[in-house]
Design a binder for this molecule. Structure first.
Ligand code: NAP
Length: 241
């Protein structure tokens, strides 16, 4: 039996975790909801860097490491790569393809918060869909802007910011209502790929609104890479049945 350690924190990872039996481990950073209805073991919290993860692979006699973390969770993916080398355990990864701009899209690529702030300057009603990061900048909102920040956790807003705690998938109809009601004039997004959060791009396109897109981090190449959870599950089938 090959014992699997699945690094998760995404909808795709949860879909895979639902198929794992009790010998396997599903690992979460502990920032979001922890599922309580899985047959596999669920562990929560960091490993203590690549060294800690390598020790865990050794101690728990893990035979296959599967990285199904978010494409912007670059640290844990780098750690997974390094630990798999150190512990001589193969690493497979789910690498969700990035969205591609389509005709009519106006994407403005940025690499960091400073570039994002400059790109945002001409706008007044941004919709942030980056996760928690904007919450640390609520005191820096320029006088001419009102932010809508959508993220997974409830958080107080202020006179210039409304925080929406909402979890995808989001529909085109729902996004249309939000864009209209909040008079959104620009969207700020990660290039997460997948269907769950893509509707905002469609609505931005319909309305000819620009999208400020945070560029994807580079991720290491591992033994086997999959672009769809279903293909990864197929490949795991012989190991988990
Ligand atoms: P990160 O910067 O790559 O990781 C930071 C640290 O969190 C890692 O060094 C590791 O701590 C711990 N960690 C991350 N994922 C873990 C996992 N699955 N199991 C155990 N420890 C983990 O990650 P992040 O961007 O903060 O994201 C945290 C989690 O949220 C990830 O699991 C990711 O899949 C999920 N998520 C992230 C985003 C995003 O936009 N970044 C979006 C949706 C979901 P140690 O070094 O101590 O091991």
């Amino acid at each position: 039996m090959t014992r699997i350690l699945l690094l998760g924190g995404t909808g795709d990872a949860l879909q895979i975790a639902r198929r794992l039996g009790p010998d396997h481990v599903y690992s979460l950073a502990g920032l979001g909801k922890v599922p309580t209805d899985l047959a596999c073991t669920v562990r929560v919290g960091g490993f203590g860097g690549a060294d800690g993860l390598a020790r865990y692979l050794d101690d728990e006699r893990i035979g296959l490491l599967v990285d199904a973390t978010h494409p912007y969770a670059a640290q844990i993916s780098a750690n997974a790569f390094a630990a798999s080398r150190a512990a001589h355990v193969p690493c497979w990864a789910l690498r969700r393809p990035a969205w591609q701009p389509q005709t009519g899209d106006d994407w403005r690529m940025v690499d960091n918060w400073a570039e994002l702030t400059s790109a945002l300057a001409p706008f007044s009603r941004p919709l942030f869909t980056l996760g928690r990061e904007p919450l640390a900048h609520l005191d820096e909102i320029p006088a001419h802007q009102h932010w809508i920040v959508r993220c997974l956790e409830a958080h107080p807003g202020n006179a210039q910011a409304r925080i929406l705690d909402a979890r995808g998938p989001f529909t085109v109809e729902g996004e249309r209502s939000l864009f209209s009601a909040s008079r959104i004039d620009v969207v700020i997004s990660k290039n997460s790929g997948g269907n769950a959060t893509e509707a905002k791009l469609e609505v931005a396109r319909e309305r000819s609104l620009p999208v400020i897109m945070l560029r994807r981090p580079d991720l290491p190449s591992v033994e086997r890479e999959f672009t769809r959870a279903a293909d990864l599950l197929d490949a795991l089938q012989t190991l988990i049945s």
